[in-house]
Write a protein that binds this ligand. Sequence first.
Ligand SMILES: Nc1ncnc2c1ncn2[C@@H]1O[C@H](COP(=O)(O)OP(=O)(O)OP(=O)(O)O)[C@@H](O)[C@H]1O
Ligand SMILES: O=P(O)(O)OC[C@H]1O[C@H](OP(=O)(O)OP(=O)(O)O)[C@H](O)[C@@H]1O
Ligand SMILES: O=C(O)c1cccnc1
Ligand SMILES: [Mg+2]
Length: 609
Amino acid sequence: MDAAKANGPKKEQNQRPVIPGPTNPMVTPLLSDFYQFTMAYSYWKAAKHNERAVFDLYFRKNPFGGEYTIFAGLEECIRFIANFKFTAEEIAFIRASLPKTCEDGFYDYLRGIDCSDVEVHAVPEGSVAFPKVPLLIVEGPIAVVQLLETPILNLINYASLVSTNAARHRFVAGKSKLLLEFGLRRAQGPDGGIGASKYSYIGGFDATSNVEAGRLFGIPLRGTHSHAFVSSFMCKEGSESGCDMKASPPETREQYGEELEVKCRKFQRAAKAKLPAGCPPSPDEIVEKSLKSHDGSSTCEDFVSLAQTWLSKIKRSHSLHGIFGETNQSELAAFTSYALAFPNSFLALVDTYDVMRSGIPNFCAVALALNDLGYKAVGIRLDSGDLAYLSCEARKFFRTIEKELRVPDFGKMSITASNDLNEETLDALNKQGHEVDAFGIGTYLVTCYAQAALGCVFKLVEINNQPRIKLSEDVSKVSIPCRKRCFRLYGKEGYPLVDIMTGENEPPPKVSERILCRHPFSESKRAYVVPQRVEELLKCFWPGSTDKAREELPPLKDIRDRCIKQLELMRSDHMRRLNPTPYKVSVSAKLYDFIHFLWLNEAPVGELQ
Ligand SMILES: Nc1ncnc2c1ncn2[C@@H]1O[C@H](COP(=O)(O)OP(=O)(O)OP(=O)(O)O)[C@@H](O)[C@H]1O
Ligand SMILES: O=P(O)(O)OC[C@H]1O[C@H](OP(=O)(O)OP(=O)(O)O)[C@H](O)[C@@H]1O
Ligand SMILES: O=C(O)c1cccnc1
Ligand SMILES: [Mg+2]
């Protein structure tokens, strides 16, 4: 969809700033369930389509066994709503898909609709949210609002799930660690990948490897290099094919394919790690060997030799003597080459052959050569093995160099870890003690491996000013009727104490005034609260035909800051990973009475025979 769809609401173009369309052009009014269109037709046929309806969008249970959720996806919803308009082609498709008996007038109706008469109140994006409290209240002509149901649920469910997942990873990693989202290759398709990067950032990640997400949203880009880069460098004389998969007979390859390949890799690693010292990288591998010093005052003509000289020096150094023997020279060539390309931001992946016997010494040799020329290397990445142990060993090695070779700050070299990380592994690393400064997290973060979906629902709570309720055998599935206002009440110590929903026309809770907060369904659960601060949760993000002021859509960075600040305000027992305390969500006494009055009214009385 175009940034500003040409046939967007006129009023919007004249009176309000134009809101661009959704980021993903696949987000159109057709990105919906078919039943929304059959219902729309039926509403229209019954001349009911313009009845004024109010829907609440909320979830019933926090994800990941936690007691909080980060609300995300609002900006994309507002962009969708602001530009909601069927094209002629879309209408033709609906016409072809509905039964022939559907009357032409319906398609004229579809042609004319937009969201200029729809009003949307929402919790600001990046807010901490809790079950049952509406994240969005959408009011408007029933047929139009129902057409919005599926796309807005689609825009909010994954966004909020992955933001929450990111926030949980941040919580375990701690504030001081750099969190990098590395998941694009494992994400659920292109939109999953873009969404994961955007919403992980909101949840507290620092940067992404996803370049398109960087371009679209201004998320900082970060990255290292891969094993392929290291193994693309070859030893000139070394036989690296100690075991050649291609040499095996085809049937063996087929039968043992994966197993053989793993064995080959291990054999090759071992063979490479043992290559003789006199095996230099192919001279053609590094063509340009010169490097200007950081201040530009001099040039080192042979940076390759400088790194090799440093390698010999550290091998002979007092404390490091005997820790490693011959390192893999093709790896040294790879690191040297990367440093020549990025002398100001040199970071090396050190686990291609052997972390402590090859990767770390090779990295240090190149980093020391850079140091001679006034550059500061950034650090290393570990992508396999025991990340706690290896990070501590690497740190010791760096500190030894700082001390022995008197290179200030060498011990503070940054250590990035990756490889199937998740909340549990981060927690395990913390318990063991580690020296990792940055975590690169992919699969578990972006696929939300620990929970596949957030279950936001969209329920009718009022029609033509008449409150509606949806009953269920399962009490947690009973909807809370009426157009509501929602507040967060803060206690003496500055923590949020409870969220409370009231009827629209009730007097709002006031600071220092005692208010009864009732569990919506459990009669005995209630508490008085004297709030020290009252925050109204939902704001008007799309005023429709009213003259209410429209909340601006904040920049992504502000949304992220909001999320981080709100999480910091939460009491620690709501945040802990094991058996967290549920946060209280309540209704006013008046709303409680009304819910139960309506419940009794709507539920048929059974007859026992
Ligand atoms: N100290 C640690 N405590 C707990 N889990 C760890 C620790 N170090 C690494 N892990 C995790 O253990 C798992 C190791 O995975 P796996 O055995 O597949 O990889 P590997 O053998 O280290 O490397 P490769 O990918 O080369 O096979 C990863 O999920 C990693 O995050
Ligand atoms: O492990 P994740 O959390 O998904 O993080 C991203 C991973 O992607 C890269 O390697 P890739 O998995 O493509 O290959 P490798 O595991 O064989 O190195 C990278 O080296 C990480 O290990
Ligand atoms: O930059 C990296 O190191 C990176 C990026 C994506 C996936 N794995 C690693
Ligand atoms: Mg991997």
